[in-house]
Design a protein around this ligand. Sequence first.
Ligand SMILES: NC(=O)c1ccc[n+]([C@@H]2O[C@H](COP(=O)([O-])OP(=O)(O)OC[C@H]3O[C@@H](n4cnc5c(N)ncnc54)[C@H](O)[C@@H]3O)[C@@H](O)[C@H]2O)c1
Length: 268
Amino acid sequence: MDLNGKVAVISGAGSGIGRAAALRLAREGASIVVADWNEDGARETVSLVEAAGGKAAAIKVDVTKSAEITAMLDFADATYGGFDVLYNNAGVGTGQPPFPESPEANWRRTVEIDLLAVIEGTRQAIPRLQARGGGVIIATASLAGLFGFQADPVYAAAKHGVVGLTRALIGLHASMNIRVNCVCPAVVRTPLVTAFADRLTGAEREAADKRLSAMPMLPPEEIAEAVYDLIRDDSAAGVVMGVSLGDTRRVVDPPITLPVTSGSLDRR
Ligand SMILES: NC(=O)c1ccc[n+]([C@@H]2O[C@H](COP(=O)([O-])OP(=O)(O)OC[C@H]3O[C@@H](n4cnc5c(N)ncnc54)[C@H](O)[C@@H]3O)[C@@H](O)[C@H]2O)c1
C-alpha cells in the first residue's frame, strides 16, 4: 500500500512505538488518528507529526471499551473520511508482583488491553475496511508472544493470542483484500520498560537508570520501520514478524492455516 493520501488509526500512539509509527507513517503522506487514553501524550504526538510537516488528529480512547473503539473509528470517518490502516498497538505489562501473585485486576487488565482490545478493534475495523475495498490491520504483539516469557506469563499469554489471531485471519486477504499482520519486538526503549525507574528516588533511581542505560534495547523507530514495511508490502498477510536487536527482522514462519476445505472456517 502506498500510504500517500491514506489514513492510519494508531492506538497507544501517545508514547513509544505508537508515536514512532505515527511519525513514520505520516512521513509517507498518511494522515494519522492518534488514539490513546493519555490525552496529553496523544496531543504531543500530534504536535510532533505536525512539526515534521504531517497531518494528525488526537482522540482520547480506552481501547478496552467497545463503544470507545467505535468512537475512534467514527472519528477517523468524520476527520479524514475513513481509514485504510488500523494499528492495534496499545499495550501494558502486568506489573508487580508477577503471576500468580498478581491481583486479579492486574492480570485481567493485561488480557483486556493486550488481547481483547485487539480482537475487538479488528472485529470493528473489518466491515469498514471491506466497504472501502480493503486495507491493513496490524498489531504489536511481542517476542513474548512466541516464547515462554517467564517475567510476565499473562502478558505472554495475551501476546500469543495476538499472534494466533493474526495467523488465523490470513484468509481475509483473499476474501476481502484486508491484510492482517503483526510485529513481535524484543525489548524496546519505551516507557513500558523504563517508567518503573521514574517511581524511584535517590540511590535506587540512580542504580535503575544505570541498569537501564546499559541494557541493550531497540529504538522504537526500528519497530515503526518494520510496521511500515508490512503495510507497504501488498503480499504480506498473516505475517508474524519478529524484530530483534540490530534490526534483525524475520518472518517467524510461513503463514499456514488448518486444512479446512469447506464451511465458514476456511475463508480462503
Ligand atoms: N517496549 C517493549 O519492550 C515492547 C516489546 C514488545 C512489545 N511491546 C508492545 O508494544 C506496544 C506499545 O508499547 P510501548 O513499548 O510503546 O509502551 P508505551 O507505554 O510507551 O506505550 C503504550 C501506550 O498505550 C497506551 N495505552 C495503554 N492502555 C491503553 C488503553 N486501554 N487505551 C488506550 N491507550 C492505552 C498508553 O497510554 C501508552 O501511550 C504494546 O502493545 C507493548 O506490549 C513493547
